[in-house]
Every structure is written in structure tokens, then in C-alpha cells.
Ligand binder design. Sequence first.
Ligand SMILES: Cc1cc2nc3c(=O)[nH]c(=O)nc-3n(C[C@H](O)[C@H](O)[C@H](O)COP(=O)(O)O)c2cc1C
Length: 488
Amino acid sequence: MTQPLFRRIGTIKTVEGFLDYLDEVGIDLPCDRTVESGADSPLGQPIKSGSLRMGNRFAIHPMEGWDGTPEGKPSDKTVRRWQRFGRSGAKLIWGGEAVAVTHDGRANPDQLLINPENQSSLSRLRDELIRAHHEQMGSSDDLVIGLQLTHSGRFARPNRKDRLEPQIVYRHPILDRKFGIDSDDVVLSDDDIRRLIDRFRESARIAAELGFQFVDIKHCHGYLGHEFLGAFTRPGPFGGSFENRTRFLREIVEGIRADLPQLEIGVRLSAFDMPPFRPDPNRSDGRKLGPGIPESYETCLPYRYGFGVDVDDPLKPNLTEVVRFLRLLRDLDITLVNLTAGSPYYNPHIQRPAVYPPSDGYQPPEDPLFGVAGQIAVVRELKQQFPDLLIVGTAYSYLQEYLPNVAQAAVRRGWVDVVGLGRMVLSYPELPLDVMAGRPLRSKLVCRTFSDCTTAPRNGMISGCFPLDDYYKKGPEGAKLRTIKAGG
Ligand SMILES: Cc1cc2nc3c(=O)[nH]c(=O)nc-3n(C[C@H](O)[C@H](O)[C@H](O)COP(=O)(O)O)c2cc1C
């Protein structure tokens, strides 16, 4: 079985070596030779969006842990994760984690759920994050915290971790086959959708009461909001034209604005997508997944089953409608945008580039740095057209030692406003703080993208950094995951 050849980042010992490697493989990434520290450094600058002011250019992306209670309240593990987000020193907490607006819309039976019964425990989560941040930084005045509101749509598993109970916007020829959908019964009716819009509105009211400064109306990763944007083939008021496919968002925003004119709104968007991928069967064996190849999409051309995709060559992004969508956000007075790509369920190599695949994934089809560069390039292009939006960028964790160099270069050149951190903060929450203080990175904490944080929940377990965080590594779940990975 041949594997694509690429260098592990950990084996590149200097920034010069990293720059040479980028040159060698022809990857276009901005990268500064030295990283500045302190309040005057590019990453230390404050930034404003609407009524919000953030003290630096680091954000923590939303990351759930599959570790809430059956009622959708946070557990001690959830609280610990949020405390670590607070301790990071990042001044923008983008959403905390995906919180479902209805039980049916939960991605797993342990996902947090926002409703009046869970209000006080969600409030504690926010309080604990602020307390941890305050302890670390001495002030939380310039800290901004939002809550990510979601419905998992096609990927809902509200009652059992091993049973999808999808609620979809339109029939998708490849995803339906891949995830066993064979009937129109699971397509949401227009009335179902109107009820969900009300739930988002009500959830935003609760979030505002809890003190969250903004809500993220999630439109990424194949979940419900994102699916609307690609619903070209759905008839009726929520599909077909751009206007119809964005009606879900517009009506949620109208409702929130009517109730809560002061609450800021953000949108996390998969700015491009691709058809689903699978391991190449000719290069897989019983022990190892093959490199990813696209599922056959040739019979689905023109490809009208995704957002930000070129209909004639769906392996390429097409940003025409994405630009239109960002213009719409601006018209709706939404200036907080977090850009990501694809979905963890069907094309993880563009969504969270990694050297080791999750158990339901495939070996990287290319150097994961291409995945990183792809997101950075799209964000750059969109930022150039929307200087007035505050844009958070994604997919920096794979950069490992060179994350600060690339982050600083991207911010300094105005390619992105705020750099979001995902997997890296699960292993190394204090990375932003170390960078701001001019301390060298602690290499033993650097995320090496083993994907255990995805493999564990794919096998019915909680998430966390199993390779590097002793809390998970040494706990019973760590032993269980090692057994699963060893084929037990
Ligand atoms: C364990 C885990 C949980 C995640 N949960 C969420 C989530 O709740 N909401 C969301 O929008 N993205 C979620 N993501 C995606 C991350 O926010 C981020 O987009 C992704 O990890 C890529 O960024 P990175 O390269 O810094 O890790 C999750 C990712 C991981 C690894």
C-alpha cells in the first residue's frame, strides 16, 4: 500500500526549515520568521465588532466533548473544558460548544441542550470560564463570549449514540446512500422548519439572559443551517433560490432582532465544501484505512448538493454565493463571522487537517498543509472583499510549532482578523498566553493531530485529548480507547 509522502511537522526543527519545506512542496502559506509578543504585537492588538471589543487576536473555536448529562446539562468534564478555554488567554470564545436548540436536534445523547430547565447550569459554565480567565489574566473586561446554537439535522443522534435519527432539508444522492437514508419521511416539512426557527429565537433569548454577548447561528459542517444553503433541489419557501435557501437564517435573525435588539449575532460558516470522501478500497487493508478519494459524483453533475462548490467540478470551491451570503450578513447587520470548511463526517481532510485519520475517516489524500492553506486562502479572498466584517479563521492546529508564525503573518497582512484555535487548545490551552508572553512553545503539549478527539466519540465515548492530557490519557476512557484502537 503506497502512502502519500510528506514530512511530519514535528521533524522540521526550525522556521527556516519550515519555509524551505513550504517552498519545496509548493504550498503558499504566510509565515513570519519571528513571533512578536506583548500588547503591541500583531496578535496582541485589540479589535472591535459592533458593540464588542476583544483584547487580542486569538479565539477559541467551539468544541464539544460528548460529555453532557442526558438532560443536556454540563458535566464536570464540560466545566473543566470551558475553564481551560478561559485560561487560554484568548479574548474571543466563539460559542463554547455546539448547544442544541431541541432534543431531536442533538448530535448525540450527551450534547448540551438549551432550555429553561438547563438555564442555571449553562450559566455556571459561562461563570466558570470567566472566573478562570480572570484568575489567569487579571481582567475579563475585554473578553467576549458567545454561545453556538445548533440543530444537527442530517447528523442528529438524540437518543442513541449508534443510531442516526436524521432530519434533513433535501435528499442528497451521495450522503443519503452513505448514511442509510432511503425515504422522504425524514425530510423536514416547512411547518417543522418554522417551529425550529421559533426554537432558535427562544434559545437566543435564554442565551442573552445568561449574559452571552452573542449567539452563533451555526451554518457549518453539514448540520442543519449549513444544509439549507445547499438546498438547491428542495421545492417551496426554504429551497431553490438563494433567497429561499437563506430564509431560515433571515427569519431567525428577524426574530432575535425583534426580541433582543442589543444581542450581537455571529455566523460560523463552512465557506466551501466538497463531495464526500472515503478510503480508497484498493489501498486499504484490514488494519489500515487507505487514502481518501471522493465518492463517485460523476452521475450527480452538475453538482447541486453543496454550498460554495463549483457545480461542474465539485472538488473546487466556488465563492460566488459565499460572497453573496457575506453580503447578506452585512445587510442583516451581522459583522461577526467564523469561516470553516466542509464537514467532519464526510470530508474531514478539508475540515480539520490531520496526519492520522479518525476511525471513520481515511488517510490524508495530500499533505495536510494543503488543507490548512486552502482555508487560509479562502479566508484571505473573502476578507479582502469584506474589510468591515470581523473574520475568524480556522484550521491552524495542524501547523503545530509554526502555528504562531503563520497566525501572526496572516493577521499582520490583514488576511484574517482573529485566529481561531480548535484541537490545539484541547492539548495546550495556554498556547495563546505563551505566545503573548514571548515564551517558547511547550512542545510536549503541541497537538500532533492523532484524531483521538474524534475517534473516541465515533466509538460512543467522550472526547478530549487522549494522547497528551493526563486527565483523559490516565482515566478509564483512555484505557478503553487504546483497546478499541488496538482492535479490541
Ligand atoms: C473534539 C472536537 C469537537 C468539536 N466541536 C465543534 C462544535 O461543537 N462546533 C463547531 O462549530 N465545531 C466543532 N469542532 C470543529 C472545531 O471547532 C474546528 O473547526 C476544527 O477542529 C478545526 O480547527 P483546528 O485545526 O484548530 O482543530 C470540533 C472539533 C473537535 C476536534
